[in-house]
Design a protein around this ligand. Structure first.
Ligand code: DUC
Ligand code: ZN
Ligand code: ZN
Length: 474
């Protein structure tokens, strides 16, 4: 016996049509009009939208002071069925061993959604760089490097970034970069703190737009010199997004994402009274409204390819986590929860407000993230053969985001008080109902690792683009 989701308005990134979906086991096996329901369980989706389970390509569990997979059912109630988690590399441990150890110690038996793992270079050295090519053997096709954080062991100089880019191309691993100028941030932060400017509202002054724009441009030049693709994570502003757009238009395989908070919030949040601004401290910082507006344009025009949550629910939340920086903004642990609200914010403030189409919503929240992670078309698509990760979405629901409905494990919601139009009425993960109207109904630990394939989205047409570029420049 299978399951038929009947008469839903199916949204993909290219199309919208009314049809039935037949699921057998964990897969979609047929899509069509008036499928024979005999012998199958039927879910009536008339009047509802049906789209692929969300794929959040960038979030953090168990790292950067964040809570772990015991809170990962929050993703499912928000309609996200696959999360892309960054695995920190302990000093002296290889990237590939870090992945194996992390999966065994922190994820197996604990993850509620499916997950794809990415590496992070945290111990930059020749051995680490040489191990990048082995990442696909443990199901990992992307690896992040930090240009920010001077003085931290994971801070990478241009030398390590360049070497990583050169190495990555040998095995089709996508280098992801956190692009902020570490030296300038270090100087500005120390100056502000020395002047007694220690409140959260000074945080964005310590990491101005130009620190991100410069590092983004530098990373792009590195990728050009290494002749390798590049993916810039958490892009916040017009200058950085334009650098990515322009390099792509010149024929280079340079891509980027933004995050929900850079579309929904601006730097005025950092000035909220009673230290509340600390809730919005994340790296890079929130930006002025003009950049927020540009981020919408950038995703709409395809200059940035995806929207992740960069969910990072700090242990202790606001009271016991963020307040560690009560007397010094530079001690506020950066990051905020957001995996549960990502799709709702994108639907309510993107689709419902006419900023993006329903197709674009699916493209940037489901399909492109799966492609970027190297897990498409298993994930991020409604198609025969894909995993039956499906959201039945009731667009008529009206509500308000509130900590009382949050499963993030934090004591605050980043989007508290925002409107929520629509709800994931039913969420299926590999054919199993796992969430219903804001409630988790699955089993903790049901999540499986999705093995990423190398040469993912950022490598598509890499050779062709290069040939075209060279031909044009002749
Ligand atoms: N970058 C992230 O993407 N997340 C948490 C911390 C950071 O610097
Ligand atoms: Zn980062
Ligand atoms: Zn992040």
């Amino acid at each position: 016996m299978g399951l038929i989701i009947k008469n839903g308005n199916i949204i993909t990134c290219q199309n919208e049509f009314t049809a039935d979906i037949l699921i057998e086991g964990e897969k979609i096996v047929a899509i069509g009009k008036d499928l024979d329901t005999r012998g199958h369980e039927v879910v009536d989706a008339r009047g509802k939208y049906v789209f692929p389970g969300g794929v959040d390509e960038h979030l953090h569990y168990n790292s950067f002071n964040s809570l772990g997979y015991e809170t990962s059912h929050a993703a499912l109630v928000g309609g996200t069925t696959t999360v892309g988690d960054f695995v920190v590399q302990p000093e002296g441990v290889s990237l590939t061993d870090s992945i194996r150890n992390y999966k065994r110690d922190y994820v197996d038996g604990k993850a509620s959604p499916d997950y794809v793992l990415h590496g992070i270079v945290m111990d930059p050295c020749e051995e680490t760089i040489a191990d990048i090519v082995n990442l696909p053997s443990v199901g990992v096709a992307a690896c992040k490097l930090f240009m920010a954080y001077k003085g931290m062991p994971y801070y990478v100089t241009d030398e390590w970034l360049f070497k990583a880019l050169v190495e990555s191309k040998k095995a089709g691993v996508t280098i992801m970069v956190h692009a902020e100028n570490a030296d300038v941030i270090d100087i500005l932060t120390k100056k502000l703190v020395a002047e007694g400017k220690t409140e959260p509202k000074y945080f964005s002054e310590s990491r101005p737009v130009l620190t991100e724009a410069e590092a983004t441009s530098r990373a792009i030049y590195m990728a050009k010199m290494a002749d390798a693709p590049l993916f810039v994570v958490h892009v916040t502003n017009q200058l950085a997004a334009e650098a990515i757009r322009d390099a792509y238009n010149e024929g280079y395989s340079i891509y980027g994402e933004t995050c929900t908070h850079y579309l929904m919030l601006n730097d005025e949040n950092l000035a909220k009274p009673n230290f509340e601004g600390a809730k919005y401290v994340c790296n890079p910082p929130l930006r002025p409204q003009s950049d927020v507006d540009f981020m919408w344009e950038a995703i709409n025009k395809g200059w940035l390819k995806a929207v992740s949550s960069d969910h990072c629910a700090i242990i202790g939340g606001f009271e016991k986590g963020k307040k560690k920086g009560l007397n010094d903004f530079s001690k506020i642990p950066p990051g905020s929860p957001g995996v549960q609200e990502r799709l709702y914010m994108m639907w309510t403030y993107g689709v419902e407000e006419g900023k993006i189409s329903r197709q674009k919503f699916v493209e940037v929240c489901c399909t492109n993230p799966a492609k970027i992670c190297g897990i498409y078309p298993q994930k991020g698509e409604i198609a025969v053969g894909s995993d039956a990760d499906i959201v039945v979405f009731d667009p008529n629901y009206r509500g308000t985001i509130s900590i009382k409905d949050s499963l993030s494990g934090s004591d605050y919601c980043t989007y508290e008080g925002f409107e929520q139009k629509g709800i994931a009425e039913k969420v299926f993960l590999r054919g199993k109902l796992v969430a219903e109207n804001g409630k988790f109904v699955g089993e903790p630990g049901q999540g499986k690792q999705v093995m990423a394939k190398a040469y993912a989205y950022c490598y598509e047409n890499f050779k062709e683009k290069k040939e075209e570029r060279l031909a044009t420049n002749e």
